[in-house]
Design a protein around this ligand. Structure first.
Ligand SMILES: [Ca+2]
Length: 80
């Protein structure tokens, strides 16, 4: 009986931590596609545009996966 109460107390303590972790791992802004980072709308993610995505990642506006998506487009179009 006392053990069961102890387990419930532990769950009550752990639950907010789990919820906090879930909140942290979800994107802060809605994400459709990486092309909003194509600021000059030329169909190419330039170095400066990719760096904006990196800055947005570090300020918590987009996820790491989203930043990497933009960076991947920068490297995909980097020719010579
Ligand atoms: Ca561009």
């Amino acid at each position: 009986m006392a053990e069961e109460v102890g387990m419930r107390l532990k769950l009550l303590l752990i639950l907010p931590l789990i919820l906090a972790l879930l909140t942290l791992s979800s994107p802060v802004v809605a994400w459709d596609e990486p092309w909003p980072y194509d600021a000059d709308d030329d169909g190419i993610i330039s170095k400066s545009e990719a760096l904006v995505a990196v800055a947005d990642y570090f300020s918590g506006d987009i996820t790491k996966a989203q930043a990497l998506e933009v960076i991947a487009l920068y490297f995909a179009y980097e020719v010579g």
